[in-house]
Design a protein around this ligand. Sequence first.
Ligand code: GEK
Length: 243
Amino acid sequence: MADSKDKIYSAPLDKMIDFRFDERVVSVFPDMIQRSVPGYATLIQNIGTMASRHVQPGSNCYDLGCSLGAVSLSLRHAIQQHDCRIVAVDNSSAMIDKASQVLAEDDGQLLVDLRCADINSVAIEQASVVVMNFTLQFIPPAQRQQLIQRIYDGLLPGGILILSEKLAFEDPRSDQFHIDSHHDFKRANGYSDLEISQKRSALEKVLIPETLAQHQSRLQQAGFSFVEKWYQCFNFVSMVAMK
Ligand code: GEK
């Protein structure tokens, strides 16, 4: 399966089907995420850098919703503690199949334990770094507090959660400003108005964004004493929370 250009929503669709991380998406995923998420490469690089400061000897690092393993590769090359293990989890078998090829071609030393599983069923243990880079938004809102709590409970003191999400804004003018800006970003990256609107409809029931305040209060409720937004471009943010 060669990496290729994302044209999934380029032709008019008779019937809109909810977005799924299937073989078709996997075959264009690097192009899709690069052209859809502002600052994706910056996020990936800095997640590795941040992890290298906070990783603890003999601990586990988790990449939850790993897709093709971009975060795992960044962690693998940034972390100097060679007695650590990366656990990379995704519930799309198409993603995991391709991720295992990507990892096999990589020369990093750190062990990556790649698992095809629902992150709700994966034990989080002895963790110093947990990353959810644009994954929580795909988890049903009613399950989010419990997942964040399990992550908090599985982190070692001083451990961090890096959480990147697409945001919603309470103020309708702010919301519209960021949506329009994001759509301009996609247009500048070659997506047509039809592609933008069809992808938006396909994601409507699948990707449920929340406000920054909702994320912050959930993290605080779970017990995180330090919660900081370290990145934002339009409606895309990344937060770091420390136990
Ligand atoms: C990256 N982090 O390249 N359990 C496991 N995986 C899930 C679940 C679940 N319940 N729900 C969704 N996923 C990556 C990008 S993409 C974000 C993450 C995006 C997986 C899903 O299969 C997909 O691979 C990933 O979460 C979200 O940095 O495409 O916008």
